[in-house]
Write a protein that binds this ligand. Structure first.
Ligand SMILES: [Zn+2]
Length: 385
């Protein structure tokens, strides 16, 4: 197998990170850009958007929702891919099959606010001021973490407008933004080596490199000794239907740092991309209530006055958890000298009374909306420093 190999580091301008160019086995140039580490291991961007229509882009950190790209240095418009619908459908089907083992969605319809990696399929590399023979280019984090909301480019005209070749370069460029390096396995799309068949991510631990082995990384960094593209993607995404994203929790009451009265209510709701399993309330380290997906619980009216810690823990059906802690001060009205200091910078400030009154009014309105009797006597919305 004869492989051309060349590495050119393009310094670019002072603003953009350097881009590495190499000649792949098919003769096309490939490129990638080393961007700062993100540490993200489990992507929130779990949709790959194949965009064949082109569009306007502005320079900036890559963000598929803002149409900003770290790979361009000035506002530009990139052309789409002028290809028949059958070839496009073949390309999309290939990409879908390539990523089918993982819990990631493939679409050619703009996913809008859903976090996604956007693949511009079409246009010419010269329109983003790259050498004319580039087949694809992507940002890759120096710690091989996930570049969320990344925008990558694939230029079909340099890939014979062949759906299979385009699909494989899409896999490589998107793979870079999910933290995969080039590797010395010809049947894997992360390779630069020639291969006669159709490539798929391989469950093989192999060395990184273009034509000779080197540690895995980009821009001179090392993030792992070798690479198993299939296993890394499986770990990052999980299998289809698995749930790697933790649930979210929205606490309605009480506010962190607030003063509460005996029998106060704790109200919270949880959400998850798959399903919430339970929401648990702890008071001073003791579990006092577990409910399915939302919490509406009246605290024991005999709870002692003074400071208390509330912990709300939400778990999804895959046992991913999210925990929130609140500090409250229980005041039964008997302590006439009590000045709320929990969460407040200090007692006795001229503005404190106003804060207490305004906070109390807000609190009452909120409670009325919830059709519950008002129970909070005083409220402090300041948070401790
Ligand atoms: Zn590459």
């Amino acid at each position: 197998m004869r492989v051309l190999a060349a590495l050119v580091i393009c310094a670019g301008t002072a603003t953009a990170a350097p881009i590495e160019f190499r000649v792949a086995g098919d003769g096309s140039l490939r490129a990638r850009q080393a961007v700062p580490p993100t540490t993200a291991q489990h992507p929130r961007s779990r949709t790959i958007y194949l965009d064949r229509d082109g569009g306007a882009l502005s320079p900036g950190a890559s963000n598929s929702q803002l149409d900003t790209s770290s790979l361009i240095e000035r506002p530009t418009t990139i052309d789409g891919w002028d290809i028949d619908d059958a070839s496009w459908a073949e390309t999309v089907a290939c990409v879908r099959a390539m990523w089918a083992p993982y819990d990631v969605a493939i679409t050619d319809v703009d996913p809008g606010a859903t976090p996604h990696i956007q693949v511009h399929v079409g246009g010419s590399p010269t329109s983003i001021e790259l050498p004319p023979k580039i087949g694809g280019v992507a940002p890759m984090a120096t710690d091989c973490s996930v570049v969320e909301h990344s925008i990558v480019f694939v230029f079909p005209a340099n890939l014979r407008n062949d759906p299979q070749a385009v699909c494989e370069v899409v896999a490589q460029e998107v793979g870079h933004s999910y933290g995969l390096d080039h590797e010395l396995e010809p049947s894997d799309p992360m390779t630069y080596l020639s291969f006669a068949g159709e490539r798929t991510f391989q469950d093989k631990t192999v060395e990184c490199g273009e034509t000779s082995a080197r540690p895995c990384g980009v821009g001179g960094s090392t993030c792992r000794a070798n690479q198993n593209s299939f296993r890394i993607l499986l770990d990052r995404f999980g299998a289809p239907g698995s749930d790697r994203a933790p649930p979210t929790v929205d606490i309605v009451a009480p506010l962190d740092g607030s003063v509460v009265e005996p029998g106060f209510a704790v109200i919270a709701s949880a959400a998850d991309d798959v399903a919430v399993a339970r929401i648990t309330l702890y008071v001073d380290g003791t579990a006092v209530a577990t409910q399915p997906s939302s919490l509406d619980f009246a605290i024991d009216p005999d709870l002692a006055t003074g400071p208390h810690e509330l912990v709300i823990e939400v778990a999804d059906t895959a046992d991913n958890t999210t925990t929130r802690r609140l500090a409250v001060h229980l005041d039964d009205g008997s302590d006439t000298d009590f000045v709320p200091t929990i969460g407040c910078s200090a007692g006795g400030q001229p503005s404190l009374a106003l804060v207490v009154v305004v906070g109390g009014l807000l609190w009452r309105r909120r409670r009325r909306d919830l059709r519950r009797r008002p129970s909070s006597v005083r409220e402090c919305r300041f948070h401790s420093t």
